[in-house]
Write a protein that binds this ligand. Structure first.
Ligand SMILES: *Cc1c(COP(=O)(O)O)cnc(C)c1O
Length: 341
């Protein structure tokens, strides 16, 4: 089976496993895990921020950010298909007493003009607008790279209006490789950002929340509250360091493989690329009724040895990652072309 359902399905490479086995560890709740400390210092420096906090999941990193930036009765402004809204189980309401203002964008991108009408006046009847969350690359938006100039404008607007900013950068690595824009260039527009090691970089678990010292210290208390303070997790941090150092540059291969699949999608009447273009490792396609449901299409692909994710009645997603080769993707592309009526 060629498994293109997600870039979270990868197994640690032999090199990564060796790095994990060799990790020096200690109790991270005591601040005594040298590998976690190294990872946090390296990640903070990479993004040009004071501090970083290692957490088990991207969801926890995002939800700690919501919690440290907001108080109950506050509101977060975000694009309607952001992960924080769609796929984090209603956590902002449940964990932080915060409402989300979801604003439809284009391929996940919001501009100042989209956000501006949703800013609440300072009035006791209203929720308090408090935080803007952007996502880069945008998952549901088709893996698009958020234009840096738009990010700069949104960030300046947020600051001028007293709003904090957070970036969901689960796939910021992919945005860096696809755009050539470096980590600090992206990060400087945000108060906090999160990155995930468990997607394209291939670690079995792990994300980090990155930002100023005081906010990350607060985040450390919230991590404990949310049950995410772990002990000898240098074993995982070693995998994350290995992914950053050794499995980052190869993301370009994933992007090239995704373009191959996108070309196949374009050749099939009844399949349309959701975002119009494919810039990174995600290929989202809309399925027209003449091809059947997304589930039916995924079923036919499975018979041909290819697993894709049916996400909704008429949307299908292919994701390239380090456990699928160029040859795998060529075979998958042939299976996609064979869907043509
Ligand atoms: C996967 C993902 C997350 C959450 O990461 P988990 O580790 O699965 O909790 C957050 N944001 C985006 C954009 C993602 O794709």
């Amino acid at each position: 089976m060629i498994d293109l359902r997600s870039d979270t399905l990868t197994k640690p490479t032999a090199g990564m496993l060796a790095a994990m086995m060799a990790a020096a560890v200690g109790d991270d709740v005591y601040g005594e895990d040298p590998t976690v400390n190294e990872l946090e210092a390296r990640v903070a420096d990479r993004f040009g921020k004071d501090a970083a906090l290692f957490v088990p999941t991207g969801t926890m990193a995002n939800q700690i950010a919501v919690r440290i930036h907001c108080r109950p009765q506050d509101e977060v402004l975000l694009e309607a298909s952001n992960h924080i809204y769609l796929w984090e189980a209603g956590a902002p309401a449940a964990l932080s007493g915060v409402t989300l203002r979801t604003i439809p964008g284009r391929s996940g991108v919001l501009t100042v003009a989209d956000l501006e009408p949703h800013l609440h006046p300072d009035d006791m009847h209203s929720v308090r607008s408090r935080l803007v969350c952007l996502e880069n690359t945008h998952n549901r938006g088709g893996g698009c790279v958020y234009p840096l100039a738009t990010i700069a404008e949104v960030s300046a607007w947020a600051r001028a209006n007293g709003l904090a900013t957070h970036l969901d950068g689960a796939r910021l690595w992919n945005a860096e490789v696809a755009s050539g824009v470096g980590p600090r260039e992206w990060a400087r527009h945000f108060d906090t950002l999160m990155v995930s090691f468990s997607k394209g970089l291939g670690a079995p678990a792990g994300s980090a929340l990155v930002g100023p010292k005081e906010l990350i210290a607060h985040g450390r208390r919230v991590r404990k509250l949310f049950g995410g303070a772990m002990r000898q997790v240098g074993f995982l941090a070693a995998a994350c360091l290995y992914g950053m150092d050794r499995q980052f540059a190869r993301l370009a291969d994933d992007h090239a493989n995704a373009k191959l699949l996108a070309d196949a999608v374009r050749d099939v009447p009844g399949l349309t690329l959701s975002a119009g273009a494919v810039e990174t490792n995600l290929v989202w396609a809309d399925v027209a009724p003449e091809l059947g449901t997304a589930k039916a299409v995924a079923g036919r692909l499975k018979e041909a040895g290819v697993l894709a994710a049916a996400l909704g009645t008429n949307v299908i997603r292919f994701v390239t990652h380090l456990d699928v080769s160029r040859a795998d993707c060529e075979r998958a592309a042939a299976a996609v072309r064979a869907l043509a009526p």
